[in-house]
Design a protein around this ligand. Sequence first.
Ligand code: A3P
Length: 353
Amino acid sequence: MPKRPLLAMFSAVFVSTYFFLYSLSGCCEKADRIQQDPSPSIRGNGQVHLELHLEARSGSAAGEKGRVERTSDVEDEGELYRDGPLLHEDEAAENGSQNLPQAIIIGVKKAGTRALLEALRQHPQVRALGAEAHFFDRHYGRGLHWYRSLMPKSLPGQLTMEKTPSYFVTREAPGRIWAMAGTQTKLLVVVRDPVTRAVSDYAQTLAKRPHGTLPFEALAFRNGSGAVQVGWSAVRIGLYARHLERWLRLFPRHRLLFVSGERLIADPAAELARAQTFLGIPQLVTTQHFYFDSAKGFPCLRRGAGGKPHCLGKSKGRPHPRVPPEALQRLREFYRPFNLKFYQMAGHDFGWD
Ligand code: A3P
């Protein structure tokens, strides 16, 4: 055989083998990356969707076994863990066991749920999951065993807690929480003026999608008739009376605590005192845990007397976009009857009108 064709054949075999092996290694490396790095994707409803493995930072087994999905509030994770665990968290992680939550912050989105949870976490008798579990809305099919496996370890006498604000507006959530422990679970609901809450919700959308988001008033009101778009989630979530009706069908009112989002900013220690009474734990998170941070413009936490100061992240306490005052006024009028009904149901006038 002449030498040239032989050489050409050898080179062809070498080159194709090389490319075959290269493409294999490229494919697997990519697959690895997909498993390791949670990557956001856009869902049909336009929400940013992120699946991540929970870090095993709070003594939770979730790092190994659990997967928690966080949607729309991807920056809303347990904030204080960055500074390392508190003493009671260390002890529980070593000697404790995982339990289903006895108390849950069920809502309301953008009302101050993270601020409440982070403050309660300072209490030595509270052990809380940092990220949102979304068990009773999205992951119910995974079962209670999975839910428990997400929880941080706790010692006897410590309460296990989690917060997922979307539970409050999820049709199935009351029945599912009731099925877990009857009326035993204590439910905390942070509420805020629904008009401000809607603007805060919109500010969050704008922060995530600065381009292509319609103005607030275009989303809140139907073109032409000017009727309020109840279908827009930023508006719908604020119909507190409607959502609460479903909870009160199963839970007696004394099993729910309504925390004022406004007072949580103006006087956090007072709201924390109410929460600790409701949870049946001693008043250990007090004024000395809070200071007003003038740069942040919000109360921030001091981890115990003389402890390290900590403010919530930049997604909490965002500047709100300007919305025409007439639009806000129309929305205020729309909410008035719902607010009045809510005050009756909750047994407290929040003074939003
Ligand atoms: P804004 O960003 O509109 O001001 P959630 O944690 O449920 O998403 O609520 C976010 C809201 O918590 C913020 O809405 C902010 O007003 C309120 N908040 C209450 N206490 C806070 C605090 N200490 N630091 C920052 N935000 C706080």
